[in-house]
Write a protein that binds this ligand. Structure first.
Ligand SMILES: *[C@@H]1O[C@H](CO)[C@@H](O)[C@H](O)[C@H]1NC(C)=O
Ligand SMILES: *[C@@H]1O[C@H](CO)[C@@H](O)[C@H](O)[C@H]1NC(C)=O
Ligand SMILES: *[C@@H]1O[C@H](CO)[C@@H](O)[C@H](O)[C@H]1NC(C)=O
Ligand SMILES: *[C@@H]1O[C@H](CO)[C@@H](O)[C@H](O)[C@H]1NC(C)=O
Ligand SMILES: *[C@@H]1O[C@H](CO)[C@@H](O)[C@H](O)[C@H]1NC(C)=O
Length: 296
């Protein structure tokens, strides 16, 4: 009995020593976590478990998988941020294989007011056949600082965002990797289906041409719901908080099990050419070499 108790205590201590605690909060108070590169997320029922590279359980995000309510409207998400995006829904019977895009890091904004800008390419997932996403996995180009990284410069990262308010998990780059990227650098992001023959829909989200960059590895019970490309902003107070000019996402490819689908991209979120703020245009539609521009 004593031995058993001792073993149990040791196990609990080991677990609490490992337990992931939020390292900070987003502007709206959502917790931010950071997990080492090589960590792997797995959906277990209504929970998401985060496993360390050696398989040890780091954290359980309990009950974050919700069926949501059936809604046919656009994505319900991100109450605390402004966003514009081009997105397309996917069919559950034709699994997403790859989603890639390419863009050039824009200039540094003229003003720094602690704003956060995320240019991102994301895969959204929902539970079962719900059309309300509970999570998105994304590769981001970030300007500004969050609890994980950044400053008055552009940096790259991969994140899991629990929707609508469950928090954000960022994958920390390895110790000798500097996430800072200079304006003018060409960035390619990809999310690929890593079919290892189990029952999971496992997506790897990464910067395939940046050695040592953080890889996000998540396994879900259901195939991807939609994909999106766009801009998220927090705390922008004036025009010069944005970079000058525009950013074009080029050579954007979406491949399904059946190949490259016939499809159109839908633009949602704030912004029109006349409203003053940033807006997004679909310059080349379709699933191969599609092109979008975020105009600041
Ligand atoms: C597994 O990885 C965790 C987190 O990196 C570490 O704290 C723990 O000691 C490792 N456990 C083993 C058995 O190697
Ligand atoms: C997407 O990127 C991955 C990783 O570089 C690559 O294996 C795949 O061929 C790319 N797919 C498309 C459609 O560009
Ligand atoms: C998209 O596909 C085109 C044509 O196959 C290819 O040239 C381009 O490199 C791909 N884009 C990315 C980001 O992989
Ligand atoms: C990050 O982890 C992935 C596996 O998830 C690995 O392929 C890549 O090499 C790792 N990068 C570094 C710098 O360790
Ligand atoms: C795209 O947007 C149009 C108009 O806003 C809407 O009628 C259509 O249903 C949307 N398509 C998809 C696939 O969401």
């Amino acid at each position: 009995m004593f031995l058993f108790f001792h073993a149990l205590t040791a196990a609990l201590l080991a677990q609490s020593a490992l337990a992931l605690v939020p390292i900070g909060r987003t502007a709206s108070g959502r917790p931010m976590y950071v997990a080492p590169n090589g960590s792997r997320g797995v959906q277990v029922g209504n929970d998401l478990q985060l496993l360390a590279p050696n398989g040890t359980l780091l954290h359980t995000f309990a009950n974050v998988v919700s069926g949501g309510s059936k809604r046919s409207s656009t994505l319900a998400r991100r109450g605390d941020v402004n966003f514009i995006e081009a997105s397309t829904p996917l069919t559950r019977t034709d699994t997403l294989q790859a989603f890639n895009t390419s863009f050039v890091v824009p200039p540094i904004p003229a003003a720094f007011d602690s704003q956060l800008l995320y240019l991102n390419a994301a895969v959204l997932v929902s539970a079962g056949d719900s059309d309300v996403p509970f999570a998105e996995v994304r590769a981001v180009l970030q300007y500004g600082a969050n609890a994980v990284q950044g400053g008055s410069y552009w940096s790259i990262g991969t994140q899991l965002e629990l929707i609508p308010d469950g928090g954000i998990v960022a994958i920390s780059p390895s110790r000798d990797f500097d996430p800072l990227v200079q304006p003018g650098t060409e960035i390619v992001t990809s999310s690929t289906f890593n079919d290892v023959g189990d029952r999971f829909f496992r997506y790897l989200t990464q910067f395939p041409f940046i050695p040592g960059s953080p890889v996000l590895d998540f396994s879900f019970n259901s195939p991807a719901l939609s994909v999106a490309i766009g801009l998220e902003t927090v705390g922008v107070v004036k025009d010069t908080d944005y970079p000058a000019g525009s950013v074009s996402f080029k050579q954007t490819n979406l491949t399904l099990e059946s190949g490259a689908p016939e499809m159109v991209w839908n633009v949602s979120g704030a912004g029109t050419p006349s409203s003053g703020g940033p807006y997004l245009t679909v310059d080349v539609d379709g699933s191969t070499n599609a092109e979008f521009t975020v105009h600041f």
